[in-house]
Write a protein that binds this ligand. Structure first.
Ligand code: SF4
Ligand code: SF4
Length: 217
């Protein structure tokens, strides 16, 4: 990957997740700031190349600095070719200069044991704070299509990314297995599914039967 590759990656992933301004739903529960735009909750992680690209076209971002132990731990655990960033905040957001982390949140690509990219699963640690996770029906098909094509490109270009998300998907199965819950999934070609965490079986599901969480119950 070259830093300039991010120009076309960003161009191919511009669609909004939803026609609703989802930040208006979570911000009232987070002192007026959208949860995923505040490093108190979510710290965007980018590759070194993406960081170079962002620096070349905006001053929106700086390297994440945190005096807290949790912040230092995030930085210490980063792979050597990644950087933790922080932006100037939601009030100064530049839509065209959002990082890939911003564009994909709260989802990651769900990869099966057999390396199939089955769809979009969510970062389960945010179940209690992210309104979208409790309202998966608001996710637009065009967003899903762009998410899938972007990650297919990244998997071709960045060796190891597929393995990373396969491992992460396995972690989600372990966590949900302990909780006795199935994993909600947005299918890569549309529709809703659930993953049985014990076997990994993927079966059709109804979106209105997915749980609601935290203050969104
Ligand atoms: S994606 Fe979730 S956390 Fe981010 S603004 Fe929307 S509802 Fe809030
Ligand atoms: S760049 Fe925009 S979307 Fe990304 S964290 Fe900052 S305010 Fe949120």
């Amino acid at each position: 990957m070259n830093p300039q590759d991010y120009e076309s990656i960003y161009a191919g992933f511009e669609s909004a997740l939803s026609r609703y301004d989802c930040g208006q739903h979570c911000a009232p529960h987070n002192r007026g700031e959208p949860v995923c735009c505040s490093t108190e909750h979510a710290v965007p992680i980018v590759t070194v190349e993406e960081w170079k690209f962002l620096k070349s076209r905006t001053d929106l971002w700086h390297l994440y600095r945190s005096p807290s132990a949790a912040g230092r731990k995030i930085k210490a655990e980063l792979p050597h070719d990644c950087r933790a960033l922080e932006c100037k905040g939601a009030a100064l957001c530049e839509r065209e200069n959002r990082s890939l982390s911003c564009r994909t949140f709260p989802f990651f690509p769900y990869i099966t044991k057999k390396y199939d990219f089955a769809g979009l699963a969510y970062y389960w640690n945010f179940e209690d704070r992210c309104w979208v996770i409790s309202n998966l029906q608001v996710v637009e098909q065009i967003f899903v299509r762009e998410f899938v094509s972007t990650f297919e490109l990244l998997f071709r270009k960045i060796p190891g990314e597929l393995e990373t998300f396969r491992d992460y998907s396995a972690s989600m199965r372990r966590v949900f297995s302990r909780k006795g819950r199935t994993i909600p999934l947005i299918g890569r070609d549309g529709g809703y599914f659930e993953v049985a965490p014990g076997t990994g079986e993927i079966r059709p599901a109804k979106v209105d039967e997915f749980g609601k969480h935290g203050v969104y119950k």
